[in-house]
Ligand binder design. Structure first.
Ligand code: HPA
Ligand code: MG
Length: 271
């Protein structure tokens, strides 16, 4: 090959990498549930009898969640194309979203044309008691984190609320120097307690309009960890689809708003 051809080939390869990177950096659409959205009556859907008295309304029926997860999987696969990916499940709340998202990525791998070699791993990051943040994050099961060095990593989380858990987790994971870090969170809550970590996404409605308490780490994290969001939700405590209140409600298929009876009945101190 002539030096000229080699240079041409290198330029083409570089512009392909650039094109891929800029495609991956494009904001992705997400669904924003407005504050005045009423949700659905409990008796419109099947819910476990043991939770009937503890829920206000259904915010998102299971089927809508599944449809949104399918699209999130497609966005991830089309951004990464053939690149190997480690999906890191944040237990326990992320387990259902993780299982369904990985299932969808596997289905896309089977049907082509793109496919991503997948690895999976599981960690816990615990920060909640009752329905308020304790302000501390405990990372459990981080022993195997050397395995993410040089890899594309997708952190799969159920919910970003204050953002404190994710900011701390990203800072910790960055120490292992993964090739890329990306976060898929099924829910992002619109809350005045947000530290400002929010979706790199577009929506037909304005995103978090509350003033935020910015974390000093934010500019760095926002520029290095793309955040895919399923749904931006109003400032309610929601349960179901593996999201819990003191370990209850993970077995509810839909995402619903917890009522005062539920908060009292399943309070930490009463168990
Ligand atoms: N539900 C369950 N877990 C949570 C929530 C929520 O609304 N916010 C933060 N962790
Ligand atoms: Mg929880």
């Amino acid at each position: 090959m002539s030096a000229q051809d080699a240079a041409k080939r290198e330029t083409a390869a570089t512009s392909e990498v650039d094109a891929k990177r800029s495609r991956a950096d494009q904001p992705k659409p997400f669904v924003s549930i407005p504050d005045n959205f009423d949700g659905y009556a409990l008796d419109s859907f099947c819910i476990p009898k043991h939770y009937e008295d503890s829920l206000e309304r259904i915010l998102l029926p299971h089927g809508i969640i599944m449809d949104r997860v399918a699209k999130m999987a497609r966005d991830i696969v089309s951004d990464l194309e053939y690149e190997p990916l480690t999906c890191l499940c944040i237990l326990k709340g992320g387990h259902q979203f993780f299982a369904d998202l990985v299932d969808r990525i596997k289905m896309l791998n089977e049907s082509g044309p793109l496919s991503l070699p997948l690895r999976i791993d599981f960690i816990r990051a615990k920060s909640y008691e009752d329905d308020h943040s304790t302000g501390k994050v405990q990372i459990i099961g981080g022993d195997n984190m050397e395995s993410i060095r040089g890899r594309n990593v997708l952190i799969v989380e159920d919910m970003i609320d204050t953002g404190n858990t994710m900011v701390k987790l990203l800072a910790t994971l960055r120490e292992y120097e993964p090739k890329t870090l990306r976060v898929a969170s099924l829910f992002v809550k619109r809350t005045p307690l947000s530290n400002g970590y929010k979706p790199h996404c577009t929506s037909d409605r304005p995103s978090n309009t509350y003033p935020t308490r910015a974390s000093p780490l934010l500019p760095l994290l926002m520029s290095t960890a793309f955040l895919d969001t399923g749904f931006e939700v109003p400032n309610h405590f929601v349960v179901g689809y593996a999201l819990d209140y003191n370990e209850y409600f993970r077995d509810l298929p839909h995402v619903a708003i917890l009522n005062d009876t539920g908060k009292e009945k399943y309070k930490m101190s009463s168990h």
